[in-house]
Design a protein around this ligand. Structure first.
Ligand SMILES: C[S@@+](CC[C@H](N)C(=O)[O-])C[C@H]1O[C@@H](n2cnc3c(N)ncnc32)[C@H](O)[C@@H]1O
Length: 199
């Protein structure tokens, strides 16, 4: 699938229906963070961060889909970007080359429900916990657990409460929840954004 920025993605890119500035404003980035767009797809969020939010920091773009990472590598070379690291990897198998406790903020947009679908929730959280710094943040933006036509099947959606319980089992505490974010749909706002930190 080719997205709005001409890059390939293995699922629906959120570029045409979510406002990346609305999402990134939630993170209060200062510009020197090590940021990871985990499940970057066409990379539109990682690119936005590089262009508008991070100057001295580092951006990681991670995806299991080889074509997404190939396109991000081409983007990096073409634009001579020094502070972008692209990694082709399955998050639930471990992300090679990323040190323990080295990432300030990990953002996953429309990715986390996939771990429920593949029954790899615990494996995903284990890896995210390994790489996030002690005072770092894991931010998840995903579809509300509603039975509505747009988005993933209802049975793979996680509610904020589901995630709170899952992360608690891994000694990660919820530090932020916004349930008024995303697209306007007849039922209300389509998404929530939740953040976790180490206890
Ligand atoms: C629906 S797309 C969202 C892409 C992007 N975050 C966005 O908002 O446009 C989900 C992405 O997550 C990636 N993905 C799914 N499971 C993954 C895994 N286990 N490890 C790494 N990437 C994964 C897919 O390849 C796909 O690019």
């Amino acid at each position: 699938m080719v997205s709005g920025n001409g890059h390939r993605a293995h699922g629906f890119s959120s570029v045409n229906f979510l406002d990346s500035d609305e999402i990134l404003a939630e993170l209060n980035l200062k510009g020197s963070e090590t940021f990871m767009d985990a499940g970057c797809g066409d990379g539109h969020i990682a690119i936005k961060v590089l262009n508008d939010y991070i100057d001295e920091g580092m951006v990681y773009a991670v995806d299991v889909y080889d074509a997404s990472i190939e396109d991000m590598e081409n983007y990096k070379q073409k634009n001579n970007i020094q502070n972008l690291i692209n990694i082709e990897s399955d998050i639930t198998e471990g992300i090679p080359g990323v040190d323990d406790e080295s990432i300030d903020i990990i953002l996953m947009v429309n990715v986390f429900h996939g771990f429920k679908a593949s029954r790899r929730l615990d494996e995903a959280v284990t890896e995210l916990k390994r790489i996030v710094k002690k005072d770092g943040k894991i931010a998840i933006m995903d579809y509300k657990a509603w039975d509505v036509p747009n988005g993933p099947p209802t049975q793979v959606r996680n509610s904020p409460e589901d995630l709170k319980n899952l992360f608690k089992e891994h000694n990660l505490k919820m530090t932020y929840l916004n349930e008024q974010i995303g697209e306007d749909i007849p039922e209300g706002k389509s998404h929530y954004l939740i953040m976790f930190e180490k206890e």
